[in-house]
Design a protein around this ligand. Structure first.
Ligand SMILES: *Cc1c(COP(=O)(O)O)cnc(C)c1O
Length: 753
């Protein structure tokens, strides 16, 4: 096994990382030392690694400041239409390297840090992830911010500054344990508090109706304190703002109530108000889309009583909107009372509720799904009535990912190999990856692509050995499923594949496999936690089987998050995207893998459908039921035992799980999972098992032909241009928001000297 180039040497070769001019490096070193002294108040005798990280972060941040002020100044002068992207989650991950990439400072900083006798990767590891999101939805918002800045839109991200982000997952005796994510403990060098822009937010109270209007009175006030974080575009000198709000009790909070506890109690009660932004709720995607179809209770429906108490004036306005809306419906469909009931913003029967999705549709001039299949399903099912009434309102905007973080930053070796062939413009215009079609039969290019993957695998293997003391063979197939745990994402189908391959191992498998899984379970989601325990249990048996040796390993990677995704995805050969057709709205993990040279095994669900179209159906491993098949099976009734009784290898795997083969000390540990799979599996794992295993056999066969494999990898990378969030944002801008991406660059300010 050859040792990879040191990161310092490898990165120096790379042009996409910016120039390391002598003057730049000297200024960076000077400013680093200045910050260490004046900002951190340390000298090098007593500095910690974290001090060095903060000194570097402040040094890089200084390069943002002039650009940030100038950008906002230019928006003030030109007064373009602004875009405000409101999201409860912004899953940003780390900021330091992303800033260096977008400002072309990476090589210069590397050199400066090297000359200071420090290790760039070690310093980067000191940065906490900004984990203000659960999964795909929050990460999408973060990718969109990068694209909006890179496309020169006058855009702002608005969200909540959670004091605690997504929990840190520890694995203890195979179980998930949650720890609080105290990400602000050492301070956040990227944010600027803006107390001068504090705003009051009102709750509770009552309304008074006067001849001259309505008054909302006797409210309780909580203050909203904004913190601004810079969002730099890719090498265009534009820096937008993400503004996150923190709840703050007003000085007089609860004092005027003269509560019996008096002054001390009143001060203690300030926590009640400030709890609003204390912690991110760790629930991801409670509504896989098929769930909506089969049970409308999965939609957000807020009880009227709660609304009435908390936001009485808002409720009155909603009633008025509903009155006008239903008047409109009844004018179009006279006498169709059932349709009126279905389309109402207020659901009657039992506890009255506000249907928030209906309110959104009525209040918006455009509504969109996030992949073509998702948009089609919405129009045909949950929002059918609304689509019939207002077909022009409904659109599609297929999701995307930013190629800056998800290629240039996390996989510089691959970015460089591509840039050597087609130049660097693909980083702003990802469709240019199509030019790689000219190189599918180019022996040198095929070798380079395979070599980069091998280096990434080696690097990841070294990382695992250093940080987790797990040894894997880097010549194995890296088969990766990383995403939140949910029944609809079918980590259990992956488990059944692992068990089946293990059971076959002695007979027919010849290549090495490492199956990686990484995922967080919502703390209250029992089945999800049991699935994690099952994966770790399978690993405990498989990984210590001396007959298997290193031919098959099952690794559960602790604490999945943006930073772990950036390490694992560039090393993956195979990407698992195996949700039940019709349940995954889009997926974005699938796109990251495609761009990073993994092949996909997946169902015809979410964006997989469009990925197959772009890569060519022959270059992606599609298996299993299509949406129509799932619907037909629902109509007929899904019978798990039919599959269990007919397929011997499936029966064997289930019997092993049920019989304690993977949990000898507690044979009935997985009885709930087995019971679910056999009797009430909404996501029909067994129905896709056979085709999935056959498809995995095809994967193994192709992997034995490295050149053919790599050609398909190249065709996937060449076809991944559509999945840039730059394309997504350009479509939102032109087709919904009515703004035009400028692609204009601002003049560079003077850099800190
Ligand atoms: C991209 C991403 C996701 C979304 O992954 P899916 O496979 O689309 O569910 C979730 N978490 C993190 C940290 C991500 O980077």
């Amino acid at each position: 096994m050859s040792k990879p180039l040191s990161d310092h040497d490898r990165k120096k070769q790379i042009s996409v990382r910016g120039l390391a001019g002598v003057e730049n490096v000297a200024d960076l070193k000077k400013n680093f030392n200045r910050h260490l002294h004046f900002t951190l108040v340390k000298d090098r005798n007593v500095s910690t690694k974290r001090d060095y990280y903060f000194a570097l972060a402040h040094t890089v941040r200084d390069h943002l400041v002039g650009r940030w002020i100038r950008t906002q100044q230019s928006y003030y002068e030109k007064d373009p239409k602004r875009v405000y992207y409101l999201s409860l989650e912004f899953y940003m991950g780390r900021t330091l390297q992303n800033t260096m990439v977008n400002l072309a400072l990476e090589n210069a900083c590397d050199e400066a840090v090297y000359q200071l006798g420090l290790d760039m990767e070690e310093l980067q590891e000191m940065e906490e992830d900004a984990g203000l999101g659960n999964g795909g939805l929050g990460r999408l918002a973060a990718c969109f911010l990068d694209s909006m800045a890179s496309l020169g839109l006058a855009a702002y991200g608005y969200g909540i500054r959670y004091e605690f982000g997504i929990f840190n997952q520890k694995i203890s005796s195979g179980w998930q344990v949650e720890e609080a994510d105290d990400w602000l403990r050492y301070g956040n060098p990227w944010e600027k508090a803006r107390p001068e822009y504090m705003r009051p937010v009102h709750f509770y109270g009552r309304t008074e109706h006067h001849p001259d209007g309505v008054k909302w009175v006797d409210t309780q006030v909580v203050l909203a304190l904004p913190y601004d974080t810079p969002v730099p575009g890719y090498r265009n000198n534009i820096v937008n703002t993400m503004r996150l709000w923190s709840a703050k009790a007003p000085c007089e909070f609860s004092l005027k109530d003269f509560n019996v506890g008096g002054y001390i109690q009143a001060v203690l009660d300030r926590n009640l108000a400030e709890n609003i932004s204390r912690v991110l709720y760790p629930n991801d995607n409670q509504t896989p889309i098929f769930n909506i179809i089969t049970s409308s209770e999965a939609l957000e429906r807020w009880p009227i009583d709660l609304f009435q108490t908390l936001l009485p004036r808002h409720l009155e306005i909603i009633y008025e909107i509903n009155r006008r809306h239903l008047e409109h419906v009844s004018s179009l469909y006279p006498g169709d009372v059932d349709r009126m009931r279905r389309m109402s913003l207020i659901e009657e029967g039992g506890q009255k509720r506000v249907n928030m999705a209906h309110l959104c549709i009525v209040g918006s001039h455009a509504v969109n799904g996030v992949a073509r299949i998702h948009s089609d399903i919405l129009k045909a099912t949950v929002f059918k009535d609304f689509y019939e009434m207002d077909p022009h309102k409904f659109q599609n905007k297929t999701n995307g990912i930013t190629p800056r973080r998800w290629l240039v930053m996390c996989n510089p070796g691959l970015a460089e190999v591509i840039a050597e062939r087609i130049g660097e413009d693909f980083i702003r215009d990802l469709d240019q990856l199509k030019k790689l079609h000219d190189f599918v039969n180019d022996e040198a290019f095929i070798r380079d692509i395979a070599k980069v993957k091998q280096e990434n695998k080696l690097k990841f293997a070294v990382h695992l050995e250093e940080h987790y003391k797990v040894k894997i063979n880097p010549n194995s197939v890296f088969d990766v499923q990383v995403k939140r745990i949910h029944e609809y994402k079918r980590q259990l189908l992956n488990c059944l594949h692992i068990i089946t391959f293990y059971n076959r191992e002695f007979r027919e498998m010849s290549d090495n496999y490492v199956l990686f899984n990484s995922s967080q379970a919502a703390p209250g989601y029992h089945t999800a936690k049991m699935i994690i325990r099952l994966i770790t249990a399978i690993g405990e048996v498989v990984n210590k089987d001396p007959v298997v040796g290193d031919r098959l390993k099952v690794i559960f990677l602790e604490n999945y998050r943006v930073t772990l995704a950036e390490k694992a995805i560039p090393a993956a050969d195979l990407s698992e995207q195996i949700s039940t057709a019709g349940t995954e709205a889009s997926g974005t993990g699938n796109m990251k893998f495609m761009l990073n040279g993994a092949l996909t095994i997946g169902t015809m669900d979410g964006a997989n459908v469009e990925m197959a179209e772009e890569a060519g159906e022959g270059n992606i491993f599609i298996f299993g039921m299509r949406v129509e098949d799932v619907e037909a099976m629902d109509a007929k009734g899904y019978n798990a035992s039919e599959f269990y009784n007919r397929i011997p290898e499936l029966k064997q795997a289930i019997d092993q799980i049920a019989g304690g083969f993977f949990s000898p000390k507690q044979p009935d540990l997985f009885k709930d999972i087995v019971n679910m799979l056999m009797h009430h599996d909404r996501f029909k794992v067994f129905a896709d098992y056979e085709d999935y295993i056959k498809c995995q056999e095809k994967v193994s066969a192709l992997y034995k032909k490295p050149k053919e494999w790599t050609k398909k990898v190249i065709l996937n990378i060449a076809g991944s241009g559509k999945f840039s969030s730059d394309r997504t944002i350009s479509q939102y801008a032109r087709e919904i928001w009515g703004v035009e991406p400028t692609l204009e660059k601002l003049a560079a300010p003077d850099d800190p000297k």
